[in-house]
Design a protein around this ligand. Structure first.
Ligand SMILES: Nc1nc2c(c(=O)[nH]1)N[C@H]1C(S)=C(S)[C@@H](COP(=O)(O)OP(=O)(O)OC[C@H]3O[C@@H](n4cnc5c(=O)[nH]c(N)nc54)[C@H](O)[C@@H]3O)O[C@H]1N2
Ligand SMILES: Nc1nc2c(c(=O)[nH]1)N[C@H]1C(S)=C(S)[C@@H](COP(=O)(O)OP(=O)(O)OC[C@H]3O[C@@H](n4cnc5c(=O)[nH]c(N)nc54)[C@H](O)[C@@H]3O)O[C@H]1N2
Ligand SMILES: [Mo]
Length: 765
């Protein structure tokens, strides 16, 4: 469909080794791996001093995932995990990219490097500008950079021709100012990484429970009888969650894991904080593993719901919580009627499971009262992703397992402040009340028309309806679907701008002109006119707390994200009612404005200074569902997958290795899956390999099929793996070129990165 360009990682193979899959996760090997990254990137002394401050009450928030820190007890050693240590090593690296680097390497030359090689070059030290027609970024001053952005924005026919993306690391203070600037400029084009991440969760939870966030707190894991972990790989992506699951187990709770892969972290865990355990067997985590086929979850959950109904009918009152259902919910009859329209015989083949295995899950659900369900990208990135999540809510509502201790919803967030950014108004579909509050406080007319989400934004740039792209963090070209399509879209722009810490491919796949604006990282000190500042963030469980770096910034030329936004705003907006310079002089002033406009932030400046921060209000946690359209918690009717594969077709999911943070590649190993020193692999079931005439480590091209469109990526090695038949897995972002731009989840519009229909074809080595 599209010719391969430097928008995709190079095809080079790096020398694969296959190793044994470990029996247990974390433990001493994880500490060794963490320390080796620290040693290489930051040097040991600086690295250890950093780790001591990470996730401590007076320290900075880990720039890795959004898993919360304990409210009370913080570990003596430190509250971090192997992958958090890698994240901070990556940010606090000693390597620097100075203007000399950019005058030596052309954009074309850099485009030939892998994402791993790009990331390892180090931190960007100066604002850099790529003039039209040039191959070399050159140093410019901040004032010049702001003026280039302002001139380009002010020359547009309409503010809606500009797109303002946000990744999820941006602090509350920076995010609030950023959306305020964008709305004063006149558009709601504020797509963010959430559009590709937990958007399906937000949509499903708002509709059913009246809040787009999860309901549980960390402490709930101490009181749960049963935790279901579905479509999530915490051993790699949220390692500190394993400690919470381990607490559930110690208190007698059970764990069900539902995943196409037997992920090591969910099997067994050795607590890194308890060295005495290092030499034992570790703790088994999962009691029941259901190896579901990719996108077989609605079918599986429907069978569970049908069996729950059957048992309730046989023995009324034994399964459903009638008091809760009567008082708090709406729509049970429709749900029960709809369940009758499906037979188990129809649903079962989609799951790839035996009915007896599913019966065991039903036993656990029926016999336990306090249930938590955790999920992540394995559920949110499918065509029927919103159905997946609503179906989970149906189970919790039938059991009355929400709004009480030890029970509820737990969408496990990705980026460390992705939830906070949304709370601050980074959203293309803002609520009227929020815009009213902005208008009142800042005395301007906010745009009311909804803006572009990520997919719409790409299409608008492709169609030349949008001409300026501004990225607050992130790596748009590598994180988005359909790499070559998106590359064409970005190249159509007059100007692309990235506020970044590290070099990435989005700096190299650029508009006619391009800017890189280097910012402070989480771990660095931030001084403004009134003195040293801290910022605040919100974790996956709605706790808002402070984060303060203590390292000297890696370059004197860096500005904070807050200062960059204010600089762009002041230069662009000729008549603004906001005093940008004053707000930036002391971040307390920004927090006062947040308090004035966003509910839940009363006495923000005081409460954010309390150790551990404060909880935001959460109606579902309080067993109150009045914010929904019916005023009650809503049961919903959901559809199983409608995908029908031909014999030679496979469903492909694109997943993360143990050695990456989204598009930032820390290393080339996926230790927990036994793949070392290579990322261009496709995991396949042995029987499927035999059917295709493929042997271990054969080289293949992969084709994706969507309607009558075909896309291709080439040069992937086949790895035989314990994965259900007709299911395959590749790594993100290498396989993103296969995800069709038009293949999106219903309602949430999230790209279907976990269901791509593919065929594979062997090529000669
Ligand atoms: N170290 C590290 N930490 C991270 C990240 C990182 O890249 N590295 N990324 C952060 C971000 S932004 C996010 S959103 C999270 C992502 O965290 P995860 O969602 O855990 O990440 P993925 O690798 O996408 O893994 C998805 C899991 O879902 C399973 N899965 C795929 N398809 C299906 C399906 O159809 N059904 C079921 N039941 N399971 C399925 C896969 O086998 C895999 O175990 O992690 C965050 N934390
Ligand atoms: N195929 C496929 N595609 C996916 C996914 C998938 O599972 N499969 N997952 C999706 C998900 S869940 C997500 S969240 C998105 C992630 O999409 P993004 O958030 O856009 O991508 P990241 O790789 O997290 O962004 C990394 C870059 O952020 C910059 N950065 C790091 N720290 C900071 C900071 O403190 N400030 C600033 N300004 N910049 C910083 C660095 O320059 C770094 O190169 O990708 C999505 N894409
Ligand atoms: Mo994410």
């Amino acid at each position: 469909m599209f010719k391969k360009t430097d928008a995709q990682p190079p095809e080079k193979l790096t020398g694969i080794e296959l190793s044994e899959i470990p029996e247990t996760s974390v433990g001493p090997k994880a500490i060794k791996s963490a320390l080796s990254h620290i040693q290489k990137e930051t040097g040991m002394a600086r690295g250890i001093s950093l780790l001591k401050k990470m996730n401590q009450k007076d320290g900075f928030d880990c720039p890795g995932c959004a898993w919360p820190d304990p409210d009370e007890k913080r570990a003596f050693l430190a509250e971090y995990c192997e992958n958090g240590a890698k994240a901070i090593a990556e940010e606090a690296t000693k390597n620097l990219i100075t203007p000399l680097f950019f005058s030596t390497y052309s954009v074309e030359k850099l485009g030939k490097l892998s994402d791993y090689e790009l990331g390892k070059k180090g931190r960007i030290t100066n604002p850099m500008y790529l003039p039209e027609g040039s191959q070399y970024y050159k140093e410019i001053t901040w004032q010049e950079a702001f003026k280039i952005v302002a001139d380009e924005l002010n020359s547009l026919n309409s503010p809606d021709e500009a797109i303002f993306y946000t990744s999820g690391r941006t602090s509350n203070e920076a995010a609030f100012l950023y959306q305020l600037f964008v709305r004063q400029f006149g558009t709601n084009n504020l797509p963010d990484c959430s559009n590709m991440c937990h958007e399906s969760s937000g949509v499903a939870l708002t509709e059913t429970l009246g809040i787009g966030k999860g309901s549980v707190t960390l402490d709930d894991f101490n009181h749960a009888d049963l935790v279901m972990v579905i479509g999530q790989n915490p051993g790699t992506n949220h390692p500190r969650m394993l400690s919470a699951l381990s607490e559930t187990k110690k208190n007698g709770g059970k764990i069900i894991s539902i995943n196409p892969l037997p992920e090591v972290g969910l099997k067994n865990f050795t607590d890194p904080q308890k060295p005495l355990q290092w030499f034992g067997k570790g703790q088994d985590i999962t009691d029941l593993f259901l190896q579901v086929k990719i996108n077989g979850d609605v079918a599986l959950l429907k069978i569970i719901l049908k069996l729950m109904k059957e048992r309730e009918e046989k023995n009324p009152g034994s399964v459903f919580n009638h008091q809760f259902i009567n008082e708090k919910t709406n729509g049970i009859e429709k749900l029960l009627d709809d369940l009758d329209t499906y037979t188990i015989a129809y649903l079962l083949p989609q799951t790839g499971l035996k009915l007896s295995e599913i019966e065991k899950a039903v036993d656990l659900i029926v016999n336990n009262k306090n249930i938590i369900i955790c999920w992540a990208m394995g559920l949110t990135q499918h065509k029927n992703a919103v159905d997946n999540i609503r179906e989970l809510v149906n189970i919790l509502l039938l059991k009355g397992s929400i709004g009480k201790k030890g029970a509820g919803t737990c969408p496990v967030r990705g980026h460390s402040n992705v939830q906070g950014d949304r709370t601050m108004g980074i959203w293309e579909k803002p609520k009227h009340e929020f815009l009213d509050a902005l208008e009142n406080e800042f005395n301007f007319k906010a745009p009311r028309k909804h803006g572009y989400d990520v997919v719409n934004a790409i299409e608008a740039m492709y169609d030349k309806k949008a001409k300026v792209f501004f990225g607050m963090g992130g790596n748009f070209i590598s994180a988005t679907p359909d790499t070559e399509y998106t590359a064409k879209a970005l190249r159509n722009c007059n100007l692309t701008v990235h506020v970044s810490t590290k070099l990435n491919r989005s700096h190299l796949v650029h508009g006619k002109k391009a800017l890189i604006l280097p910012c402070l990282g989480r771990s660095e000190q931030d001084f403004q006119v009134s003195g040293e500042q801290f910022v605040s963030v919100e974790n996956s469980m709605g706790v808002v707390h402070s984060s303060k770096g203590h390292l000297k910034p890696c370059s004197e030329k860096l500005l904070s994200e807050v200062t960059i936004v204010a600089g762009v705003a002041k230069t662009t907006l000729k008549h603004s009612s906001v005093n940008w310079v004053e707000l930036v002089s002391n971040y307390d002033l920004i927090r006062d404005k947040i308090e004035a406009t966003i509910p839940g932030f009363e006495n923000y400046n005081e409460r954010v200074r309390q150790k551990g921060g404060f909880y935001l209000p959460n109606n579902a946690r309080d067993n109150n569902f009045t914010p929904t359209t019916t005023g009650k918690a809503n049961f919903s009717i959901n559809k199983p997958s409608e995908i029908e594969l031909e014999d030679n077709q496979y469903l492909m999911m694109t997943i993360r290795t143990h050695d990456q943070y989204n598009t930032t590649i820390y290393g080339l190993n996926d230790r927990y899956r036994g793949v070392l020193n290579e990322r261009r692999v496709i995991f396949m079931n042995k029987e499927d390999m035999a059917k295709e005439g493929l042997e271990k480590l054969d080289l293949v091209n992969i084709y994706s099929h969507f309607k009558d469109e075909v896309r291709i990526v080439s040069g992937f090695l086949v790895v035989p793996y314990d994965i259900p038949k007709q299911c395959t897995a590749t790594y993100f972002p290498e396989a993103n070129a296969l995800v069709p731009i038009k293949s999106k989840a219903d309602i949430s519009n999230t790209p279907t990165s976990k269901t791509v229909i593919v065929t594979v074809k062997k090529v000669k080595k």
